[in-house]
Design a protein around this ligand. Structure first.
Ligand SMILES: Cc1cc2nc3c(=O)[nH]c(=O)nc-3n(C[C@H](O)[C@H](O)[C@H](O)COP(=O)(O)O)c2cc1C
Length: 210
């Protein structure tokens, strides 16, 4: 299951996730890849309804019904999970964070503070951003990474840095970016980033089939 937490359908995050999907699918017909675009869904974050913690009826899948319900149910049965998001103000997008509240709160036990998902699985956390590997403001998936690592398994990271924010820098007020420097970085890294995403997809699919 691939969860796209970015708004743009054909830009950096979507391209990286698409390559991941291609890599996974390249392993064989047994691999089924499904991509969900969060911005295409009408859903809320955790409603604090506490339905997942009712005595005798506790559930580690969210009980609140909206467009996210079938996605959360599918993740519960998936064999692998990929989350992708652009970095906005140092964090994943609000849409991704909202999704993660619904995914992770039912995992959390207030009896003993354990975190238990219906099933453990390989996870990749992907980010794209303007920042550079050694100079960026990304907090990534923040505190949600702890929940993911405990409930699903230690995630692998895949980041694309210094991405193109627009196709044509001349059209916008973006004077702090040098298009030439961006282009040079992109020429040196973007194809490799896509290849890394493809390879990560292939690796995850191979590990699932093993
Ligand atoms: C609202 C907004 C906030 C952003 N904040 C950051 C930021 O804090 N750090 C950063 O490195 N890039 C930031 N960016 C740049 C994006 O993370 C970057 O362009 C990303 O690759 C966009 O992904 P997309 O092409 O999939 O939309 C921001 C972009 C937007 C639109």
């Amino acid at each position: 299951m691939i969860i796209d937490g970015g708004p743009r359908k054909n830009f950096n995050t979507a391209s990286m996730l698409q390559k991941f999907a291609e890599g996974a699918a390249s392993v064989g017909n047994e691999i089924e890849v499904k991509t969900i675009r969060l911005y295409g869904l009408d859903y809320k974050g955790c409603m604090s309804c506490m339905a997942c913690k009712i005595k005798g009826k506790a559930s580690n899948v969210c009980k609140f019904k909206d467009a996210l319900t079938p996605v959360l149910e599918e993740i519960a049965e998936a064999d692998g999970l990929v989350l992708g998001s652009p970095i906005y103000f140092g964090d994943v997008t609000g849409q991704m964070r909202t999704f993660l509240e619904r995914l992770a709160f039912p995992w959390l036990s207030y009896n003993d503070y354990s975190l238990t998902a219906p099933k453990r699985m390989p996870v990749v956390l992907m980010e794209t951003m303007n920042g550079l590997p050694d100079r960026n403001n990304s907090q990534g998936y923040g505190s949600m990474e702890y929940c993911i690592a405990n409930a699903l398994g230690q995630p692998e990271h895949l980041n694309a840095y210094n991405t193109y924010q627009v196709k044509n820098y001349d059209r916008f007020e973006l004077a702090s970016f040098s298009e030439e420097a961006k282009r040079q970085y992109r020429d040196e890294h973007w194809e490799q980033d896509l290849q890394k995403a493809f390879d990560a997809g292939r690796r995850m699919a191979e590990s699932i089939l093993k």
